[in-house]
Ligand binder design. Structure first.
Ligand code: ADP
Length: 416
């Protein structure tokens, strides 16, 4: 029986999940990153330590591996794949000064027009690195980590490459990008999950993998988390109720509205349309501990709507579903009873979620049929019932929420 390994590199650590051909989890391991001044070294060490923790009986029968990294975490490497400068992490906004030169040639609404985009980081390196006499490969975190296993330098996937400017509709780098990216070598872009190559012999021997174990093109952490839910049909969506509210809807049509933070990832012949609001669990945590949230929620009657009309934010401004940098938080009047206050907050967030899906559909996305839920708020069943009422479609917890599980599914798709 074959096994499939998904590895997730997140913001604070990495996780590995092995599934079997029935998609059942056979092993799960997790490691926190140690505080590091050398990120690429830390990632490589973590990758190898994680693999070592997987039972060798599973490793011996591994059919395929896929990896996901944080979106827009990027590296510059020499022709041997050695990083020549520290990586720039997902949230590094030093590329903000390059946006004017991108704006001068990129189409309006282009997703690269953000201070943290991969392209803005590439441009920052262009201005701040000494010219090198060796070709420099521009890679994403997931590309570089997979390279450690398959040894083919300069291969990426169209999820990671979106914020580099890759044209996911026509599956090519657009012409406008060329003058911005020279002299760097951009990765060849494959569909996520495409087999890139067999495991390198030294890796095979070190970790006891079979020689025909395939290493596949990866994805980003948030798409891997979406894949983990098992949503596959247009109209199915995943709401992530973490610190912020993030929604992703599988759609026949593509939607991009940069000003509202709405953009689309390609998913085979479909589109994964998403938006993120500043509301979410961070507002709940400002007023209540997790224990209080669980206890007070049980005292709420989800069938009885609250008269409060909140727009829960910690500071003014939202991008989606209402695009207004000055949008004021609406948290008044505040009732004395904490149960009533919490109900107002949960309903406020539920209304914003519903408005988000309405906005995506108003822009042409496939109508919503079902919402899976991930993140810290997913376990709140009272909230789920309220959201059910606002969304008018079944709302269910994601059976799996770990990005590593999504990547394992990605590596399995060639075999299913
Ligand atoms: P992130 O990874 O985005 O930081 P998590 O997915 O870990 O967030 O979720 C944490 C959030 O979940 C916190 O902001 C917290 O307020 C919220 N949360 C925790 N327990 C509950 C609950 N029972 N009901 C609603 N929200 C909850």
């Amino acid at each position: 029986m074959g096994f499939y390994l998904g590895i997730d590199f997140g913001t604070s650590g990495a996780r590995a999940i092995v599934i079997d051909a029935k998609r059942q989890i056979q092993a799960e391991r997790q490691l926190e990153f140690t505080e590091s001044s050398d990120w690429s070294q830390c990632w490589q060490t973590t990758l190898f330590q994680l693999i070592e923790q997987i039972p060798v009986s599973l490793r011996r029968e591994l059919s395929a591996i896929a990896l996901n990294g944080t979106s827009s975490t990027v590296l510059l490497c020499d022709r041997s794949g050695n990083p020549i400068t520290p990586p720039l992490l997902y949230n590094d906004a030093r590329g903000r000064d390059t946006l004017e030169e991108i704006r001068a040639v990129a189409p309006p609404q282009q997703i690269t027009l953000s201070a943290t985009s991969s392209l803005a980081k590439l441009r920052w390196w262009y201005h701040h690195l000494q010219p090198a006499d060796t070709p420099l490969y521009f890679l994403h975190q997931a590309d570089w980590l997979a390279f450690q296993l398959h040894g083919k330098l300069g291969v990426s996937d169209y999820h990671n490459a979106l914020k580099l400017g890759y044209d996911v509709e026509n599956l090519c780098y657009p012409e406008w990008l060329e003058p911005l990216t020279a002299p760097f070598k951009l990765p060849q872009v494959l569909a996520p999950g495409t087999p890139v190559g067999e495991i390198l012999p030294p890796m095979r021997d070190r970790f006891h993998f079979p020689p025909d174990c395939l290493v596949c093109a990866g994805t980003t952490d948030s798409i891997a988390a979406f894949l983990a839910s098992g949503a596959t049909s247009p109209g199915e969506a995943v709401t992530s109720l973490g610190s912020t509210l993030v929604i992703k809807l599988l759609s026949h049509t593509r939607i991009d509205e940069a000003a509202s933070g709405i953009y689309s990832h390609r998913l085979g012949n479909l589109w994964l349309v998403g938006g993120a609001s500043n509301t979410g669990g961070a507002v709940l945590r400002h007023f209540f501990s997790d224990v209080e949230l669980a206890e007070l929620s049980q005292q709420i009657n989800p069938e009885q709507p609250s008269p409060l009309d909140y727009y829960p934010l910690l500071q003014p401004g939202d991008r989606f579903p209402i695009n207004d940098p000055n949008l004021p938080p609406r948290l008044e009047p505040r009732p004395n009873n904490p149960v009533d206050f919490l109900q107002g907050l949960l309903e406020g967030i539920a209304r914003i979620e519903a408005l988000g899906y309405q906005r995506l559909q108003a822009l042409g996305a496939t109508p919503l049929t079902r919402v899976y839920t991930a993140g810290g708020g997913a376990k709140n069943l009272t909230w789920m019932r309220m959201r059910d009422r606002y969304l008018n479609v079944p709302v269910i917890p994601s059976p799996q929420t770990e990005a590593a599980y999504g990547s394992a599914l990605l590596s399995y798709k060639n075999f299913s």
